[in-house]
Design a protein around this ligand. Structure first.
Ligand SMILES: C[S@@+](CC[C@H](N)C(=O)[O-])C[C@H]1O[C@@H](n2cnc3c(N)ncnc32)[C@H](O)[C@@H]1O
Length: 350
C-alpha cells in the first residue's frame, strides 16, 4: 500500500508527466499524439506513459493496431482534479517544434555524406576501434556475412549494418521482400538472388543519395527484380498486405517513432508474413546528453530504446515474436563499450 502511494506520488513529480495527465484528463490519446510535445521525442513519451501506467494512474487499451491511453477510471480522474491538476483543452500534438523532423534531417545529412563519400562503420559514426577496422568487409564479416555473400556486390557494402537479417530464415523463390532503410542495397541484392525473377525486392530509404547509389548499383550489375523507393519507413510507400518478408538492418533505432514503423510493417505484410530485424538497442538508459548528441543519434545509439521496450512495441503492433537473440559483443567491437547490443528478431504477422 505504502509502496503504491510512493509510486503514485513519484509519477506525479515530473512536469512532462503532469502535462500528459492534463491532456488525458480531457481526452484519451494514442502515444503518437504526444510525439510533438515540446522537446520530447517518442521514446521519452513512451517512457513517461509507462511510469504513469505502472503507477496505476493511466490505463492502456489496445484498439485495432493502436494502443490508447486514458486516465484509469473516473475515481482517479476526480482524485487528480482534486489535487489541482488541470485538464488541458487540446492535445499536445501539432503545437510545437517537431523533434522528429529535426532527427530525420540529421540522419539524411549524415547518411547522404556516407553515400557520397564512402562507407564508415558503427552505423555512420567514427567510433570503430578494437579488432574491427573501418573496412566494410571486415565489419560485415564480423556481423555474420559469409565470404560468398560479401563477393556478391561489394560496392553496396558500406559496413553500416549490425547483423545479417537475410540469413535469419528462409527467403523463398517468388517472395516479395521489403528492406526498411536499404542504404546502398546490400541486403536487397542478396535477397534478390534468392527470390529470383518470379519475386521482387523493394528497398525504401529516406536518404536520396543512398537511393541514387543503390539504383546505380542495381543498373550496373543488371538486377531486374529490385526497386528502390525514396520514402520514410514511418509512412511506407507500399501497398497493404502486399509483402511476404520484411528485412531491416540497423535502421529502426534511427527513427523517432518506432511504433509507427512497426504498425506500418504490420500493415504491408501479408498474413503469416515475417519480419527479420537486426537493430541496436540499449541495455541501460543513456544520459540526456547522450540522447541529444547528434553523432550518437546518427551513429545508431542516441535514438535506440531499451531492449524490452523495443520488443513490447513490436508486440503492441500485433507481431508474434518467434525468435529473439542478442549480439552483446558488438558493443566492444564497434561501439566503444557503450551499453548497447545488436538485437536479432524474427517477428510474425499472425
Ligand atoms: C545504418 S544505415 C543501414 C543501411 C543498410 N540497412 C545496411 O545495412 O547497409 C541506416 C539507413 O537507414 C536509412 N534511414 C534512417 N531513417 C530512415 C527512415 N525514417 N526511413 C527510411 N530510411 C531511413 C538511412 O538513410 C540509412 O541509409
Amino acid at each position: 500500500m505504502v509502496e503504491e502511494r510512493v509510486k503514485f506520488f513519484k509519477a506525479l513529480g515530473d512536469e512532462t508527466r503532469l502535462n500528459i495527465i492534463g491532456f488525458l484528463l480531457s481526452n484519451e490519446h494514442c502515444a503518437c499524439d504526444f510525439k510533438q510535445m515540446k522537446d520530447k521525442d517518442q521514446t521519452t513519451i513512451s517512457r513517461h506513459l509507462k511510469v504513469l501506467t505502472e503507477a496505476g494512474i493511466v490505463k492502456r487499451t489496445k484498439r485495432g493496431r493502436n494502443i490508447i491511453y486514458d486516465i484509469k477510471n473516473d475515481e482517479m480522474k476526480g482524485r487528480l482534479l482534486n489535487m489541482g491538476i488541470e485538464a488541458k483543452g487540446d492535445c499536445a500534438c501539432n503545437k510545437v517544434g517537431d523533434t522528429g523532423s529535426i532527427i530525420k534531417e540529421s540522419v539524411k545529412k549524415a547518411y547522404g555524406k556516407i553515400a557520397r563519400e564512402g562507407g564508415s562503420c558503427c552505423c555512420g559514426s567514427s567510433c570503430c576501434d578494437g579488432d574491427v577496422s573501418n573496412d566494410p568487409i571486415r565489419i560485415s564479416a564480423s556481423l555474420g556475412y559469409s565470404d560468398e555473400e560479401l563477393k556478391v556486390l561489394p560496392e553496396s557494402n558500406l559496413g553500416l549494418g549490425c547483423g545479417n537479417p537475410g540469413a535469419f530464415g528462409a527467403i523463398k523463390l517468388g517472395d516479395i521482400v521489403l528492406d526498411l532503410g536499404s542504404g546502398a542495397g546490400m541486403d536487397v541484392f542478396l535477397a534478390a538472388g534468392k527470390v529470383g525473377n518470379s519475386g521482387k525486392v523493394i528497398g525504401v530509404d529516406i536518404t536520396m543519395d543512398m537511393i541514387r547509389k543503390a539504383r546505380r548499383n542495381a543498373k550496373k550489375n543488371g538486377f531486374t527484380n529490385v526497386e528502390f523507393r525514396h520514402g520514410d519507413i514511418e509512412e511506407l510507400p507500399v501497398d497493404s498486405d502486399s509483402v511476404d518478408l520484411i528485412l531491416s538492418n540497423c535502421v529502426i533505432n534511427l527513427t523517432p517513432n518506432k511504433s509507427k514503423v512497426f504498425n506500418e510493417a504490420y500493415r504491408v505484410l501479408r498474413k503469416g508474413g515475417k519480419m527479420y530485424i537486426s537493430d541496436m538497442v540499449l541495455l541501460e538508459e543513456l544520459t540526456e546528453e547522450q540522447r541529444n548528441d547528434e553523432e550518437l543519434i546518427t551513429g545508431c545509439v542516441g535514438g535506440a530504446i531499451l531492449r524490452d521496450d523495443y520488443l513490447e512495441l513490436l508486440r503492441d503492433a500485433g507481431f508474434y515474436l518467434d525468435r529473439v537473440s542478442d549480439d552483446i559483443g558488438i558493443a566492444e567491437r564497434q561501439y566503444q563499450n557503450l551499453p548497447v547490443e545488436s538485437l536479432k528478431i524474427v517477428a510474425v504477422k499472425v
